[in-house]
Write a protein that binds this ligand. Structure first.
Ligand SMILES: Nc1ncnc2c1ncn2[C@@H]1O[C@H](COP(=O)(O)OP(=O)(O)OP(=O)(O)O)[C@@H](O)[C@H]1O
Ligand SMILES: [Mg+2]
Length: 273
């Protein structure tokens, strides 16, 4: 099987807040003008179980190249299960997962990563006793990225200048927001074509959530496809082209992000309105 080549040196734009751009009409990235291509991630009728308990029921979704897609849903809906299955961390019991046309359903995580998928896990999972630099280098273990890790580091440090200032510091001493930046930076070191983000806003003050989401927008503007799962519906819908509502392991609504934002079902299911 041929592995997808890593994208060429990305820039992820410059640090600092960028003005909110209007959503495209479905043919552009998240307000960034990124052209949307063919399907990059195809999830078809995915079933995932924990022993006898079923967590996902026939979940189908697509992320096209250059697209930002969000999955929103309440506690326990199956959001983490979905991204972990896509990343090859949790095995599917049924259905298919394809990345760039290649069936990754049965691939272990490291091969899915080599195929261009990187995950920023729920709760960040950085290595607290390692330095910022060493945490980032862990993300570059995929061979082509390792060879070019210098460029990868420059790119991540440009995206998150605060990490550059703290390169020799132990990751455990960083603030929550900085740890989230580090987790995103570590994932980007693998030069993914698809970035999976599991609740990047979790436990962060609103100003830091702004910063993290601004960075995600810049990564997407550079052509990386993004699948973000969130309980913070407003944030995720604001940057997404399309959205899915996951309720008790099933997709119960989907459509352009703007439509889901106004959907009574989303408001009732997640916001309790
Ligand atoms: N390791 C596990 N063993 C057994 N059941 C699990 C396990 N992990 C998750 N589950 C169950 O699977 C379902 C989906 O959980 P999941 O963590 O994917 O939801 P989530 O949408 O990510 O929730 P949250 O918003 O709290 O992060 C829940 O019913 C949960 O209790
Ligand atoms: Mg979760």
């Amino acid at each position: 099987m041929s592995e997808q080549p890593a994208p060429g040196a990305p820039s992820y734009g410059r640090a600092g807040p960028s003005p909110a751009a209007p959503r495209g009409a479905g043919n552009g990235g998240p307000g960034t003008g990124t052209p949307i291509g063919g399907p990059l991630l195809e999830v078809v009728d995915l079933d995932v179980r924990y022993g006898e308990a079923r967590a996902l029921w026939d979940v189908s979704l697509t992320v096209r190249a250059g697209e930002t897609v969000c999955v929103v849903g309440p506690n326990g809906a199956g959001k983490s299960t979905l991204v972990n299955a896509v990343a090859g961390i949790h095995r599917a019991a049924g259905g298919r997962i394809r990345v760039a046309g290649v069936d990754t359903t049965a691939m272990p995580g490291h091969r899915v990563c080599a195929h261009g998928v990187a995950i920023v896990p729920e709760g960040r999972r950085i290595f607290p006793r390692m330095t910022v630099l060493d945490n980032l280098l862990v993300g570059a273990y995929r061979l082509p990225a390792r060879r070019r890790h210098r460029t990868g580091l420059d790119t991540v440090y440009r995206l998150f200048p605060r990490l550059a200032e703290r390169t020799g510091q132990l990751a455990g001493s960083l603030s929550g927001g900085e740890q989230q930046m580090l987790a995103i930076g570590r994932a980007l070191m693998a030069r993914p074509s698809l970035l999976l983000l599991d609740e990047p806003s979790l436990g962060l003050a609103p100003v830091l959530v702004d910063e993290v989401y601004d960075a995600i927008t810049r990564v997407a503007a550079d052509g990386v496809s993004v699948l973000v799962v969130e309980q913070d519906v407003e944030r995720a819908l604001a940057i997404a082209d399309r959205a899915f509502l996951l309720t008790e392991g099933r997709v119960t609504a989907s459509g352009p992000a703007a439509e889901l934002r106004d959907s009574a079902e989303v408001r009732r299911t997640i916001l309790g309105l």
